[in-house]
Design a protein around this ligand. Structure first.
Ligand code: BES
Ligand code: MN
Ligand code: ZN
Length: 515
């Protein structure tokens, strides 16, 4: 199976000015001057005897951004959703939120198919194609509802005033454009299909994250990846088990899974859509399927959220699926570094010293700083691919939640060009990232009397940067960026994965920003 929610997102280009004959459960109309003066809107409005324009005038206000029309005469649409269109100068996130909420509305009122009119109004600096891609992505990701571990017979339930559905009703979306040329239609279709595929990757990442930790152990993730990948024949997967990791001398990685009954898995996914011999871009994801903290155990409050500590690995998988589905002409290798961090009589203890694959010894002063321990060895391993660039993604520090909050992922890099391009892709997709420094001053904090490195340092200062400084000791041979996604990868209220930074990474790779 794949984690696509919608069956299809299609383009309907109207050349004859007639909208009233479009049969759909819900017709979505962004109300703005450009659209309401178009012949298409006028045709539709006329068929309802002016009901649509009157409702828009009476009901939409700054405090009431949308209005649902349910009993309609003269048009084939069963319902119409009017919304006050966003201003061109408004931030991209408002546009994304708006279109995601349309998908959610469609689910909450049980629509199977919806049609959305192109508002002819786009964010500043963006064009129609960007807009169509954004809508397609937002529809697919907005329609997502996690239901795997819910009772299959319960379709929806009442929570307070809201109806919460357990299954997405929305199955198909049609985007209505007007008067496009054949060439424009072709380009628009490509944009929609890319947006749809990126949305599919976003949902793949959300789904893996949302799965409870007992449904997504390293072994189960291997199984999920292997079954999912059957739908993407261009992806090749290999999973390394505990013995394989030991043979590779990954003492740092193995120190994390040591206290758990669940064995680790390092899952490697290869996609070769580019030229033969072209160096791959490497993506490495932290995949801690549950982080108790180990012997340096975490407080119990909110610990359930540590099931999302594998979102870096989830992003890697989501991106690989999107690239395969788009048939991107690039070479990419993705590594999902999966392990469970538990306390037990066998667990690594504070002060234990382990030897990493790089040969550097590490004093594990805090077993809760485990993400950097699995990444250290995964980052050493990925060097074998002679990658052009390496990006790791990890829910690495609570400190990044404090520093940046959830609106931006943190970026630190040993190569400024790479950091710049990551930030650029964040701006292009509304999946933003912001850079923190990684100066040499910060790197001294990993010193200890008992090993080459300690896995913590710096006390309460700059925890996000000190974690990156530790990783930098394993990435000296290539161009590398680290993304701390501890705040952006999931939301605590309402609880759920966000699928970030799948859109950012897809944009970076698809638009050849790294050439
Ligand atoms: N997975 C956590 C980071 C985290 C904490 C993400 C809270 C989201 C919310 C990571 O493994 C961790 O525990 N980091 C420690 C590092 C510390 C021991 C140096 C942290 O941030 O407290
Ligand atoms: Mn931890
Ligand atoms: Zn962790």
């Amino acid at each position: 199976m794949t984690y696509k929610v919608l069956n299809n997102i299609t383009l309907k280009n109207v050349n004859n000015g007639v909208i009233s004959n479009i049969a759909t459960d819900l017709l979505v109309i962004p109300v703005n001057k450009k659209l309401t003066t178009s012949i298409e809107f006028k045709e539709l409005d006329k068929k309802t005897g002016g009901y649509i324009s009157k409702s828009a005038k009476d009901s939409l206000s700054p405090g009431n951004q949308s209005h649902l029309l349910t009993s309609l005469d003269g048009v084939k649409a069963k319902k119409i959703l009017l919304f006050k269109d966003i201003d061109q100068k408004n931030d991209i996130y408002l546009w994304l939120n708006r279109y995601k909420s349309i998908a959610k509305t469609a689910n909450s009122i049980g629509c199977k198919n919806i049609s959305i009119m192109d508002g002819l109004n786009y964010p500043k600096g963006k064009d129609k194609y960007w807009f169509l891609e954004m809508i397609a992505r937002s529809m697919e990701s907005g329609a997502y509802i996690f239901s795997t571990t819910k009772n299959k017979t319960a379709k929806s339930e009442k929570v307070g005033k809201d109806i919460v559905s357990n299954q997405a009703s929305l199955k198909s979306v049609s985007l209505i454009t007007t008067k496009l040329s054949t060439a424009e239609v072709k380009r628009a279709k490509t944009s929609i299909s890319i947006g749809f595929s990126v949305g599919e990757g976003v949902n793949t990442a959300k789904h893996l994250g949302d799965l409870p930790a007992n449904h997504a152990t390293p072994k189960l993730i291997e199984k999920i990846v292997k079954t999912t990948i059957k739908n993407y024949p261009s992806l090749k997967v290999k999973a390394l088990n505990e013995k394989d990791l030991a043979k590779l001398k990954m003492g740092s990685y193995l120190s994390v899974s040591k206290g758990s009954d669940e064995p680790p898995r390092m899952i490697i996914i290869e996609y070769k859509g580019g030229k033969k011999g072209e160096k791959p871009i490497a993506l490495v994801g932290k995949g801690i399927t549950f982080d108790t903290g180990g012997i340096s155990i975490k407080p119990s409050s909110g610990m359930d959220e540590m099931k999302w500590d594998m979102c870096g690995a989830g992003t890697v998988f989501g991106v690989m699926c999107s690239l395969a589905s788009i048939k991107a002409d690039v070479n990419v290798v993705g590594i999902m570094a999966c392990a469970e961090n538990m306390p037990s009589a066998k667990a690594t203890k504070p002060g234990d010293v382990v030897t990493s694959m790089s040969g550097q010894t590490i004093e594990v002063l805090n077993t809760d700083a485990e993400g950097r321990l699995v990444l250290a060895d995964a980052l050493t391993y990925v060097g074998r691919y002679k990658p052009s660039y390496v990006i790791d993604m990890a829910t690495l520090t609570g400190a990044v939640v404090i520093a940046l909050g959830s609106h931006a992922s943190g970026v630190m890099a040993n190569n400024q060009f790479l950091a710049d391009k990551i930030i650029e892709s964040g701006e292009a997709t509304g999946d933003r990232a912001w850079q923190l420094p990684l100066w040499n001053e910060y790197k001294s904090c990993t010193r200890t009397n008992f090993a080459d490195l300690a896995n913590i340092g710096g006390g309460r200062e700059a925890g996000t940067i000190h974690a990156a400084a530790f990783l930098s000791k394993f990435t000296e041979d290539y161009k590398w960026a680290h993304m701390d996604i501890a705040a952006s990868a999931w939301s605590s209220s309402p609880k759920g994965g966000t699928g970030r930074p799948v859109p950012l990474i897809c944009d970076l790779i698809l638009n050849k920003k790294l050439k």
